[in-house]
Write a protein that binds this ligand. Structure first.
Ligand code: BTN
Length: 325
């Protein structure tokens, strides 16, 4: 019961379908459609119903269930709170809001779907329901504000370790915030902090990881540039397992960072550095410069030598637009 309805909702990939249209396709009344919707909800399908619009699928039973998540975590001691939204605008916004209300360090905010997922440089982050991970970590680290950007790299290392462990794939890291699988971007990190001049109030680290997205999930030219764990491994993954693996790996990496600084994790970055020794175009503020990437230093800065320049620069923020070699 409900299988045909499931297919109709899945076909529509998160868009509303009217009860009348479903009833017509199933050959049943709208009341019978509603009963089937209830049945699917009991089986764990997230279905939103809106007067006048109909129904839409928010998530399939690859559920990010809090109970299951915590039962899978080895580092339950580290994580203090888990907040889940079937749908929200952006988990980074929700986490910042919780931080302002005094939420504790080590709060995880996760959503099945985002309506305004945000990427770096004001870009959009594609966040369809039921397939990927969208989460934000709220941290209150005893770190100088100037060291906070290193947490982006720490998070990337933890994500790479978890993805590799669960999928057997090899992950590569593109400074400062991208995870690549098979030469394409599979995850991005957006860290946002609130700080007084000498004190960090909190950091929100947003992570978007393409777990089970298929090629058709990526619109336009993203289809050529993006990938997912599933696309590379040829098999789907349960998001709750990937999430638990990442949260465990993060707790470990964060501990190493607090006791030994980014230097303690540098070998983990170097092992996966996508850019080291590549010729590249770096965008920094309004400027685009061509040169060579030499790696990342003990403070997480990008070591870059412009073409023809006598010295190497240590770059704190910017973006590599192109690279080769
Ligand atoms: C990037 O590569 O540009 C960073 C993407 C970060 C996306 C994640 S998804 C969860 C969190 N909420 C957001 O709105 N953005 C981050």
């Amino acid at each position: 019961m409900g299988e045909q309805l499931r297919r109709i909702l899945e076909e529509c990939e998160g868009r509303f379908v009217s009860g009348q249209e479903i009833g017509r396709r199933l050959g049943t009344s709208r009341a019978a459609v509603w009963k089937q919707v209830q049945g699917l909800r009991r089986r764990g399908f997230g279905i939103e119903g809106a007067r006048g619009a109909g129904y839409r699928l928010l998530g399939r039973p690859d559920r990010i269930d809090e109970q299951e998540l915590f039962s899978r975590l080895s580092r339950r001691d580290f994580w203090k709170s888990f907040v889940y939204f079937p749908v929200t605008d952006s988990t980074n916004l929700r986490a910042a809001e919780l931080a302002a209300k005094g939420a504790s360090h080590a709060t995880v905010v996760c959503a099945d779907m985002q309506t305004s997922g945000r990427g770096r440089m004001g870009r959009k982050w594609e966040s369809p329901p039921g397939v990927n991970l969208y989460l934000s970590l709220l941290l209150r680290p005893p770190t100088d504000p100037q060291h906070a950007p290193q947490l982006t790299l720490v998070t990337a290392i933890a994500l790479a370790a978890a993805v590799e462990e669960i999928s057997g794939l090899r992950a590569a890291l593109k400074w400062p915030n991208d995870l690549f699988l098979g030469g394409r971007k599979a995850a991005g990190i957006l860290a946002e902090m609130a700080a007084d001049p000498d004190r960090l109030r909190h950091v929100v680290i947003g992570v978007g990881l393409n777990v089970n997205a298929e090629r058709s999930c990526f619109p336009g030219d993203l289809a050529e540039k993006a990938t997912s764990m599933r696309m590379l491994a040829g098999t789907p993954f349960r998001r709750v397992e990937v999430l638990a693996g990442f949260l465990d790996a993060f707790a470990e990496c964060y501990g190493a960072f607090l006791s030994g600084g980014f230097r303690a994790l540098l070998p983990e970055w170097k092992r996966r550095d996508l850019l080291a020794a590549k010729t590249a175009v770096l965008r920094r503020r309004e400027e685009e410069v061509r040169g060579k990437v030499l790696g990342v230093d003990e403070s997480g800065l990008l070591l870059f030598r412009r073409d023809g320049a006598p010295r190497t620069e240590a770059v704190a923020s910017g973006e590599i637009l192109e690279f080769e070699g």
